[in-house]
Write a protein that binds this ligand. Structure first.
Ligand code: PHE
Length: 340
C-alpha cells in the first residue's frame, strides 16, 4: 500500500473519531463511540493499524510515527469528551446530593379523628331535621351545671367524688364555684336564657366525670345534647326524632326503646336504647323538659313544652364501627386511627 493512501486513511479516521466523541452528549453515546474507534478487537483504529503491515518497507517508519500520533490524538479526544461529560453531571450529584432515581418519600396524610368525623355527621343529620348547633363552655358554674337543671344542693349528682371541681378557679373568682361540665345539658340552659321559644338546637362537646377508665368509660368523653321547645311537643316527637336520627346515622332500620328512668331536669325521663344488628345498646338519656327548668329560664310551662336528650358520641361511633373498647379513641395509635 502506498504511504499517501495510508496517511489519508489515518487523517480521515482522526476527524471522524474526534467528531463522534465531541457529539456524544451522554455516557452511553460516548461509550459506543469509544468501542467503535478504540475498541480492542474490532475498533476502527485497530483495522487501520492492520494496514500498517502492508505499507512499503521504506515508508514504514514514517507511517508508524504518524499512526502513533493519530492514536494519541484520538485517545486524547476521548479523554476530553469523558471529562466534559463528567463535569456537567457531577455538580448536580455533588452539591445537592439529589438522586432522581431514588423513590420519593410519600408524606403520610392525616385525616379527621373518628370522633370528629362522627360529630360532623351528627351535625349534618340533625341539621336536616331543623336543629342548629349551639356551643357552651367546658368550665361551668353551678347554676348552669346543676341549679337551673333542677339539681338541688343536696343532690348526690353534685358530689365532689363525681365531679371535677376547680379549686384554683374558685379561689380566683372569689369563692364562686366552678367545675368541668359533667353533661352538655348545661347548654340547654344557656340557649334558653338567651332565646325565646321555639328552640331547636343540638350541642356537641366534651364532658368530664371522674370515672375509672374501662372499655365503656373514660373520664372525658363527648355528648350530643338535643333540645326542642315549642307548643305541643310530646314524647312521640322525642321518639320520632331519635328514631330518624338513629336510622340516618346507622343507615339502617334502627329501633328505639325507652326505659323509665330519672333525671332532675326531665319529667318523665327515659333511658334510650337503640337496636341495630341485634341486641340493645344504651345510648343515653332523654325526657320531657321539667317545668322547673322552663321556669328557671323564664319560660311559661303552661304555654310551651319541650323534649331533651343526651347521647354518648363514643358509644355511637363504637357501635357503628364495631369498636369494643372506647379507650382506643384516645390512645392516638395511628394503626387504630388510620382505619377510619
Ligand atoms: N344529661 C344526661 C346525662 O348526661 C342525659 C340527658 C340529657 C337526659 C337530656 C335527659 C335529657 O346522663
Amino acid at each position: 500500500m502506498a504511504l499517501v493512501e495510508f496517511l489519508a486513511e489515518l487523517d480521515q479516521l482522526a476527524r471522524a473519531a474526534t467528531a463522534a466523541f465531541a457529539a456524544a452528549d451522554n455516557a452511553g453515546a460516548l461509550e459506543s463511540a469509544r468501542v467503535e474507534f478504540l475498541g480492542v478487537r474490532n475498533g476502527r483504529l485497530k483495522t487501520v493499524q492492520k494496514g500498517l503491515g502492508k505499507v512499503d518497507k521504506t515508508d514504514k517508519p514514517t507511517a508508524g510515527k504518524r499512526f502513533n500520533q493519530v492514536k494519541r490524538q484520538i485517545e486524547a479526544a476521548y479523554q476530553a469528551a469523558a471529562e466534559s461529560l463528567a463535569e456537567t453531571a457531577a455538580p448536580i450529584a455533588d452539591t445537592t446530593g439529589f438522586d432522581p432515581t431514588i423513590p420519593g418519600n410519600r408524606p403520610r396524610l392525616g385525616h379527621l379523628h373518628p370522633i370528629t368525623q362522627t360529630i360532623e355527621e351528627i351535625v349534618d343529620i340533625m341539621g336536616r331535621l331543623g336543629f342548629t348547633v349551639a356551643e357552651g363552655p367546658e368550665v361551668e358554674d353551678q347554676w348552669h351545671n346543676f341549679e337551673a337543671l333542677n339539681i338541688p344542693p343536696e343532690h348526690p349528682a353534685r358530689d365532689p367524688l363525681d365531679n371535677f371541681y376547680l379549686a384554683t378557679a374558685e379561689k380566683a373568682a372569689g369563692g364562686k364555684v366552678w367545675l368541668l361540665r359533667s353533661q352538655t345539658s348545661t347548654v340547654q340552659i344557656r340557649v334558653m336564657e338567651k332565646t325565646a321559644p321555639p328552640v331547636r338546637v343540638i350541642s356537641l362537646g366534651r364532658v368530664y366525670r371522674p370515672d375509672t377508665p374501662d372499655a365503656t368509660h373514660v373520664p372525658m368523653f363527648h355528648q350530643i345534647e338535643g333540645l326542642l321547645i315549642d307548643t305541643h311537643v310530646t314524647m312521640a316527637d322525642l321518639k320520632s326524632v331519635l328514631r330518624l336520627f338513629g336510622m340516618s346515622y346507622f343507615e339502617d332500620d334502627v329501633h328505639i326503646r325507652f326505659r323509665p328512668s330519672f333525671f332532675p331536669f326531665t319529667e318523665p325521663s327515659v333511658e334510650i336504647d337503640m337496636s341495630w344488628h341485634g341486641g340493645w345498646v344504651e345510648m343515653g338519656g332523654a325526657g320531657m323538659v321539667d317545668p322547673n327548668v322552663l321556669c328557671a329560664v323564664g319560660y311559661d310551662p303552661e304555654k310551651v313544652t319541650g323534649l331533651a336528650f343526651g347521647l354518648g358520641i363514643e358509644r355511637m361511633c363504637a357501635q357503628r364501627h364495631g369498636i369494643t373498647d372506647i379507650r382506643e379513641f384516645f390512645k392516638n395509635d395511628v394503626r387504630f386511627l388510620q382505619q377510619f
